[in-house]
Design a protein around this ligand. Structure first.
Ligand code: TXA
Ligand code: MG
Length: 310
């Protein structure tokens, strides 16, 4: 159910959950000050209890009550990338950030999303927790239709069009005197290098990830995704400027020369596979290991993993 900015603000103030658009993916927002609504977010998504939530703010001035100390370069990073697709994890003022939001950690994650409607909402409501608006383990939502598909047609969504970037934010944490990447995302390591003077190390794929959410199954459609073709592969997910053997169905992610276009289309295509009842597809991972492609590969490899735990 589509709601206006005014309706979204009213609902959030009275402790409801509303889906809001961002430039990365749609989020499921609720106020920090309503513990029941925070609980409801975990229930709605089927989200594991130990997976903390990102607090979204309108600008840096809304942060200070929640943080004890800001690590070096916090200001430069936030100035360079906010509003935008960088999430920064810092030491929490644990008396101000509900334990549920932090999932018991002593840190808290923040981001200023870059979408005019959501910034307008945040200015009126104050900080909101906002995980991605998808059922846990499933591809993220990049349109209001995706949100309605997962949560039902009566679920409140502020429609802000298709998300511009289509990949979640990059998450940085400060450890042992440097920033490290806890989740690859829409900001590339090369872009971070320009601000930090070094490429932050990535800690994804480890058995003790820096972001608890990395432990779980993610981004996976019902369809089985194969990372190499088999003789029986008759559905291909690939690129419109590449030639493939002729198959029953072809889904295009965009041009292999254009990582931004592929990122923009990624979750839409994964969701389309399920809509069309595809059981198995080969997904072409032959692209460079640089820039946004690093995140695209990470998402596709995770989407193809048939993990039991989510
Ligand atoms: O682009 C995004 O970041 C989207 C939009 C809606 O803003 N949000 C998003 O939220 O992706 P979610 O809940 O799907 O993913 C949040 C990730 C999880 O992997 C979680 O473990 C990590 O952030 N996280 C949150 N707080 C953390 C903390 N204090 N320390 C380490 N990781 C944290
Ligand atoms: Mg998510």
């Amino acid at each position: 159910m589509r709601v206006s900015v005014t309706q979204a603000i009213q609902s959030l103030r009275s402790g409801d959950v509303v889906s809001l658009p961002t430039e990365t993916v749609y989020g499921l927002a609720t106020s920090l000050t309503h513990p029941d609504a925070i609980e409801q977010i975990f229930t709605l998504k089927g989200r594991p209890q130990d997976n903390p939530l990102i607090i979204h703010v309108a600008d840096r001035s809304q942060l200070s009550p929640y943080v004890t100390t800001f690590p070096p370069d916090f200001e430069r990073l936030s100035e360079a990338f906010w509003p935008g697709s960088l999430t920064l994890v810092v030491s929490a003022n644990i008396s101000a950030v509900p334990e549920r939001v932090r999932a018991g950690l002593e840190t808290v994650a923040f981001r200023v999303p870059n979408h005019p409607l959501t910034l307008e909402v945040l200015q009126q409501t104050g900080p909101l927790v906002m995980p991605s608006a998808n059922l846990s383990g499933k591809p993220s939502a990049t349109t209001s239709e995706h949100v309605e598909y997962d949560f039902g047609e009566t679920f409140a969504v502020l429609d802000g069009g298709q998300c511009k970037l289509g990949l979640e934010s990059t998450i940085l944490l400060y450890r042992d005197n440097q920033w490290v990447i806890g989740r690859q995302g829409a900001i590339s390591p090369e872009q971070l290098h320009l601000i930090l003077g070094y490429i932050p190390e990535a800690f994804t794929g480890s058995s003790t990830p820096l972001c608890p959410g990395q432990l779980y199954k993610h981004y996976a459609p019902q369809a089985k995704l194969l990372t190499s073709p088999t003789p029986s592969s008759d559905v291909i997910v690939g690129y419109s400027d590449r030639t493939y053997p002729s198959v029953a169905k072809f889904f295009s992610l965009g041009h292999v020369q254009n990582s931004e276009e592929v990122a923009h289309n990624l979750y839409q295509v994964l969701r389309q596979l399920d809509k069309e009842g595809v059981k198995e597809a080969w997904i072409d991972l032959d692209f460079p290991d640089e820039g946004l492609w690093i995140t695209i590969r990470e998402r596709l490899v995770k989407a193809s993993a048939r993990s039991e735990s989510f």
